[in-house]
Design a protein around this ligand. Structure first.
Ligand code: NAD
Length: 256
């Protein structure tokens, strides 16, 4: 895979899955713009080792005005936005009656509405150049539900619906839009759920095992590196007619 000359924006790429995908894109020769919270300078330094140009923008993905500034920054500074990976996401676990309204609003804004905002602004440039790749990081929770995750499940189902709609609206162009549905990946987002089990009395090994055993038949975590390989496939010519798909990489979770 050679993405030399292409520019990719990966939202939420300062850790976890987004960082894994950013590494894979840079290794394939793409310039990469990093987004997210935390030590963004350290992430830029890490990615620069691949030898491509790395930019960064700290847009809060719950803020449409900041998203617009970020897309404008990428197009101005890099000349184009060719590959858009919508990855930023947060999680909250609570029963529906106790679910804090502000957490619902934040999850829908960051996990779902941001995909609408980035895509509508990225599409005109992609259409002009006749080529583009949009990869949306959904989840197994975009295909099946879990009790306690109403906002996350609703947002991820929405991401898959939006992915299909974007794919239809670009079907006769060189732009493709697909979703990836990871099962459990051991990132800070999932560590929060393991920590909650440890707090409730489980040992760290037991907490990790129980989390996997409940959902993921392989009993192994999916890795950001494996997801990077799937993302890079979707960015390539071989995947030119993969449109509006939701690809599982979930250790068998949704096969049950
Ligand atoms: P993570 O917590 O490691 O990374 C989340 C990233 O999003 C970070 O870079 C963070 O700074 C950024 N972020 C959070 N809120 C933001 C905001 N308002 N604006 C900009 N950036 C923001 O999480 P992860 O596990 O790598 O998750 C990445 C994506 O993968 C999410 O969409 C998540 O729903 C999805 N996912 C994760 C798993 C898993 O098991 N970890 C499984 C399925 C899907």
């Amino acid at each position: 895979m050679n993405l030399t000359g292409k520019t990719a924006l990966v939202t939420g790429s300062t850790s976890g899955i987004g960082l894994g995908i950013a590494h894979r894109l840079a290794a394939a020769g793409a310039n990469v713009v990093v987004n997210g919270f935390g030590d963004i300078d350290a992430v830029v330094g890490e990615l620069a080792a691949h030898g491509t140009r790395i930019g960064h923008h700290g847009a809060d993905m719950s803020r449409p005005d900041q998203i617009a500034e970020m897309i404008a920054y990428v197009e101005r500074e890099f000349g184009a936005l060719d590959i858009l990976v919508n990855n930023a996401g947060i999680q909250h676990v609570a029963a529906l009656e106790e679910f804090p309204v502000e957490r619902w609003d934040a999850i829908i804004a960051i996990n779902l509405s941001s995909v609408f905002h980035t895509t509508r602004l990225a599409l005109p440039g992609m259409r002009k150049r006749g080529w583009g790749r949009i990869v949306n990081i959904a989840s197994t929770h975009g295909l099946v539900a879990s009790a306690g995750k109403s906002a996350y499940v609703a947002a991820k189902h929405g991401v898959i619906g939006l992915t299909k709609t974007i794919a239809l609206e670009t079907a006769t162009t060189g732009i493709t839009c697909n979703a990836i549905c990871p099962g459990w990946v051991l990132t800070p987002l999932v560590q929060q759920q393991i920590d909650a089990r440890i707090k409730a009395g489980a040992s760290p090994e037991q907490a990790r095992h129980d989390l996997l055993a409940e959902k993921q038949p392989s009993l192994e975590f999916v890795t950001p590196e494996q997801l990077g390989e799937l993302a890079i496939f979707l960015c390539g010519d071989a995947a030119a007619q993969v449109r509006g798909a939701a690809w599982n990489m979930d250790g068998g979770w949704t096969a049950q």
